[in-house]
Structures are given as C-alpha cells and as structure tokens.
Design a protein around this ligand. Structure first.
Ligand code: CS2
Length: 494
C-alpha cells in the first residue's frame, strides 16, 4: 500500500476502521501501574490483559506507565513516545492467520537514563498501586556461586554511591519506596513478571538484600507496606522482525515502527496478594490462585527448559528457528524423553494441572511454523536461564537417583555451543552477559570437558557430582566424536 497510516493517537479513528483499536478514552486514565521493561513480552501479556480490561468503561485507574530502564532501550522508548504509547499486537494463529489489534493501555512512557528522578517520582506517586517488572532472569542480580545478591556488580556499586541517579532496578525501587515512606504514602505491590521460580519472593529477597545495605531503616516499612505476589507468566513472543513490520503495512496499511508478534496461547496465574489493590484482571482470563508454585514449576521446567533444549540442539544442527528444531524427529524425541523421564518425576503432584495435556500443548506450540521464534533469542542469556530452567531438574533427579542423561547431554551441548561455531562451520551468535567466560571455558573443554562445569556462578557445585560429571563427559565426547545428529540418535535409543 502506498499511503500507510502512521500509528499514533491522532490516527486512531482512521485505523479503527481497519483493525480493532481501543475504544476507551485514554486521556481519562489514571496511571495505576508502572511497568519496568517494555519489550515484546510485556506488550503481548500484561499490557494486553490490561487493555482488554480497560474496555470496561468503569475501569479508569489502571493505565500503565512504561519505563525503559537501560541505556540501550532508547529505540523502544522513542518508538512508543512517537506513537503515543500505541502499538499493534499481531497474534500468529496456528493456522497462519494473523489477528491484529492496537493496544492502548500504555498511556505514559519514561526513559530512565534521561531523567531518573522523574521515574522515581512516578513510582512514588499516590496513584500508582503496582510496580511490575520484566527485567529478565539475569536482572535480579543473583550470584549462583554464593547464593546471594551480587554486590560486586559495578552497577550496584554505582547505585550505592549515587542513590539519586540509579541505574539498576534496585536503586530505583529503594528510592521510590523511601519517598513513599517519607511522604506518608501507602505502600504498593511489586509484581515480578519474570520466569523465575517464586518470582515474587525472589524479587523481595533480592530487593531487601540491597536495601539492607543502602537504606537499612527502610526494611521494616517495606515488610509492612509492600507485597510481592508470585506469578507464572506465559506467552511465546519472538523478536519482531523487519518482515513483520512490512507485513503489517502490506496487509493493513498501518505504519507501526515496532509492532509485537506472539502466539495465540497466553496464561497468567497470580497469587492474590496486592496490598494496594489491583485491576480485576480475572474478568479477562487471569487466574488468581493461593499457591502458584505448581504452575511455575511446570512452566519453567517444561516450557522454558524445552525452549532451551530446542534452541541449543537446534543451533548445533544449524537451524535458526524453534519450529525447525521442533519438527526434526530426533530432536523432538529427545525433548519428549527429557520431559517424560527426567522432568516429570521431579514435578510431583501438580494440583489443578493436567500435565499430560500441558506437555501435548507444548509440542504444538513449539511447532507453530508461523511464529518463527528465533533460536538466537532463546539461546541468549542462557547463563542466567539454565540455572532456573534446567538445573533444578538435575538436582532433584540426582537426589532421587533418577535419570539425568538427557539433561547432562543438554549441558554438554551448551558447552559445545559456547565455542561459538557449530560442527558445520556456522557461526553462532552468543548474546550473554557471561559470553567471555563461557567462551574461554568452552575452548578449554576441548581438552578437558569438565572445565566448563567450573563456572560456579552458573553450575554451583555440580562439578563435584560424579554421576552428573560422568553423564556429561560421555555426552560431550559423543557429540565431539560422532557429531550432533548421531549422538542425539544414540542417546534417544539408550
Ligand atoms: C523463552 C521465554 O527466553 C526464553 O528462553 O523460553 O521467553 C518464553 O518464550 C516465554 O517465557 C514464554 O512464556
């Protein structure tokens, strides 16, 4: 189409003739939620649920202020600012159809590095009842080797020395909560939307570790005035590609600089612990439960781990998308065996969950050929993902003397992946905060495979477990000597 319509508040009337758009008055909304991390996932998930809710005209308190926290978040901030917080959500259905709608729940945007005080003021505003987070697994600043908050992180050091110009979420939250306390305001809920077991409790533990050093007298106030509900969040949201942007233009004539693409499935299960109130998200499909642990365990150890399996093996086979890896019979058998023999026994009785159906639906979701989820996206930051998605399965299986062969194979495959090139000579794009050490240890592993397990901040004390080390070394040697394809076949038939 020649005359594409630029998406923004002014053009919304025109665009609403083409695709579904917010029909509520965005200018009348109060900001009840500050959300940190306005990447694809938040915009396909919390912002969508909230947008659905805002279509009920009696709901006016739950607009979202999206905060871009990191220096390199300028692009998303500028885009959303230019588009008045509006963006298109493109759902790629299983049959290939595209369902598009414009989401309007993000009514304000802030770029933290430009004006930290503005962000702190916003978080401390009396209108704001919830501060939600998608800061990724690595964003919680946890050190696996010591099992504690990582005070050695230079950014944390910076925040301790410059409390009014923070760079990390911990510095921001501490200043905002302090301001609430000083002003005699009510507390709020800090709601983690990251893939971490017990994400709310974990967010609290990490925040309090920081506060203990930065503002120790704030601890009792936080204990009494801030809640941290645990939640399981789910929706596969690949990175938006230039082609997605073109497709939106071609099929709808809408010029959106950063639409979000995602799968049809979505799930949000939350513990109902919102000290300052919450949106009635249950009316738009969110599940509120007393104990979210079973849902989290299931999702992290099956879906997220499943993704890592497909991503790491897929990269070694030379694939670039998850559906390609999932449609390879040997890889999908590997995944089924891993899920069935190694993960399932660790899950125990998951009350309220039909595990069989869940596993079945995962295979279907991974295989959605329209999603084209990038293996690079899945493998990025694996150093933070593996300890959460895969290691808990290994630890439990080792204690129970269950099988760990497939899990050990995945870790061996990750060691080989971390060399940065697969056996067919394809360069692998490693995006990881620990890239340098991963690469060094991966290269050292060629002589001595155990070298990789020495990265304690990922693997803790796993290198001391003989049963694991034997299985890992076997898998490593097998992949190196026989190639990835044969070694996957071999392990599947053992
Ligand atoms: C993925 C997740 O990043 C990853 O490794 O497994 O982003 C996954 O797509 C989401 O958690 C789905 O809910």
């Amino acid at each position: 189409m020649e005359h594409n319509i630029k998406l923004n508040q002014k053009s919304l009337g025109e665009i609403s003739k083409i695709i579904s758009c917010p029909t509520y008055d965005r200018s009348q909304l109060k900001t009840g939620i500050v959300h940190i991390g306005i990447g694809g996932f938040h915009r396909a998930h919390e912002a969508l649920y909230t947008d659905q809710l805002l279509h009920d005209s009696s709901v006016t308190d739950w607009g979202i202020c999206g905060v871009a926290l990191l220096d390199f978040d300028t692009k998303i901030y500028n885009t959303l600012k230019e588009q008045d917080g509006l963006y298109t959500l493109m759902v790629k259905e299983l049959d290939g159809t595209l369902t598009k709608r414009v989401i309007g729940s993000i009514v304000e945007c802030l770029y933290a590095p430009e004006n930290p005080l503005k962000v702190i003021e916003k978080m401390a505003s009396s209108e704001v009842k919830i501060i939600s987070l998608t800061i990724t697994e690595g964003g919680y600043n946890y050190d696996e080797a010591t099992g504690t908050f990582n005070f050695k992180n230079p950014l944390i050091q910076h925040d301790l020395e410059n409390p009014h110009e923070p760079k990390t979420i911990f510095g921001y939250l501490t200043q905002a909560l302090k301001l609430r306390k000083v002003r005699g305001l009510k507390g709020c809920t800090i709601q983690s939307c990251d893939n971490i077991q017990g994400n709310g409790h974990f967010a609290k533990k990490m925040l309090l570790s920081y506060v203990q050093v930065a503002e120790p007298e704030l601890i009792t106030w936080i204990d009494a005035n801030v809640s941290f509900p645990n939640a399981m969040v789910d929706r596969i949201t690949p990175s938006t590609s230039p082609l997605d942007i073109e497709i939106l233009k071609e099929t709808s004539g809408i010029d959106d600089a950063w639409p979000v693409v995602c799968e049809p499935f979505k799930q949000w299960v939350i513990e109902d612990d919102f000290i300052a109130g919450r949106p009635a998200w249950e009316t738009v499909g969110v599940q509120f439960v007393e104990d979210v642990v079973p849902y989290e365990k299931m999702k992290l150890s099956l879906l997220n781990a499943g993704h890592s399996v497909l991503g790491i093996l897929g990269a070694l086979y030379g694939y670039s998308t998850i559906d390609e890896a999932a449609s390879n019979g040997d890889i999908s058998s590997f995944l089924r065996i891993y899920m069935g023999n190694e993960v399932t026994p660790t899950l125990g009785d998951l009350e309220g969950v039909n595990l069989k159906n869940y596993k079945f639906s995962l295979i279907q979701r991974f295989g959605n050929t329209y999603i084209k989820d990038q293996i690079d996206r899945i493998c990025s930051q694996s150093s933070a993902k593996i300890p959460i998605f895969i290691l808990p399965t290994i630890y439990t299986q080792l204690v129970n003397k269950g099988s760990i062969d497939h899990a050990a194979f995945i870790i061996a495959a990750f060691a080989i992946y971390s060399v940065g090139v697969n056996e067919f000579g394809t360069q692998l794009i490693i995006k990881d905060a620990m890239e340098t050490v991963l690469n060094e240890k991966a290269i050292a592993s060629r002589k001595n495979p155990e070298a990789f397990l020495e990265i304690e901040s990922i693997f803790g004390k796993l290198k001391n477990d003989k049963m694991f080390v034997d299985a890992y070394t076997n898998a490593y040697q097998n992949i190196v000597h026989n190639g990835i394809e044969k070694s996957v076949k071999d392990i599947n038939s053992n």
